[in-house]
Design a protein around this ligand. Structure first.
Ligand code: ADP
Ligand code: ZN
Length: 222
């Protein structure tokens, strides 16, 4: 299974991938997570990335394309497939992805678009808390941890992402509509677009996606 998760911040891409990666033994490739890992090293590149992320701006196509290429072409964790979360985010990235996957002879199965209402997105992102250690996602109201500020999975410290404040979220939404939404059309033209309602809760999204995966499998098996 090789799929792209498309949709605005807060549509539930990361939560969905987090839930499904074990069920399907596929990798969850999040360019946002990869960039935040680089930030944590404190390298010059990390510092540059940090200032862009905290503004809600995109990092360069060249950099994220290189990160994804390393993963999908070399990393043993992608043997059974992957869910790409947060990439591609521009048409140039989508084109580069097609070029690399054609070269590898392993095309995408489909792109899954999930959109959600802006008010819901704001509530989800401002209440989101993320484990510093293992990346698990919680929400102050929708999915509180057992102990406030402590991860249920690993006891790590829960933090709020620097870009999860209202002002930066609005900026990220603008960037989404200007740069990322055109990709929906790009995949529709390739007849690789599927849709899910991002307003649904993660468990329901999960169930709907499992159905799409099954239908897609049987459609291609005869
Ligand atoms: P979300 O989908 O909630 O906005 P991500 O973790 O996917 O969060 O991304 C956080 C930030 O990382 C983005 O706002 C952007 O600055 C940067 N980023 C992640 N993926 C990409 C990408 N494919 N191209 C450019 N910038 C990216
Ligand atoms: Zn944790």
């Amino acid at each position: 299974m090789k799929i792209v998760l498309l949709g605005p911040p807060g549509a539930g891409k990361g939560s969905l991938a987090g839930l499904l990666k074990d069920q399907f033994s596929v990798a969850h490739i999040s360019t946002g997570d990869m960039l935040r890992d680089e930030m944590k090293t404190g390298s010059a590149l990390g510092v540059e990335i940090k200032s862009l992320i905290e503004k809600g701006a995109l990092v360069s196509d060249e950099l994220v394309i290189r990160l994804v290429e390393q993963k999908v072409s070399k990393d043993p964790s992608v043997a059974k497939g992957y869910m790409l979360d947060g990439f591609p985010r521009t048409v140039a990235q989508a084109e580069a992805l097609d070029v690399m996957l054609t070269r590898l002879g392993k095309p995408l199965d489909f792109a899954l678009c999930m959109e959600a209402d802006t008010n819901l997105i704001l509530k989800r992102l401002t209440g989101r808390r993320v484990c510093k250690k293992c990346g698990a996602i919680f929400h102050l109201i929708n999915k509180p941890s057992k102990v406030l500020g402590v991860c249920d999975e690993c006891q790590g410290e829960l933090c709020q992402r620097a870009d999860d404040n209202e002002e930066t979220i609005k900026k990220r939404m603008d960037v989404y509509y200007a740069s990322t939404q055109p990709i929906i059309d790009y995949y529709a033209k390739q007849q690789k677009l599927k849709r899910l309602d991002g307003n649904l809760e993660t468990v329901d999204l999960c169930e709907a996606l499992v159905k799409i995966i099954d239908e897609n499998k049987s459609a291609h098996s005869h």
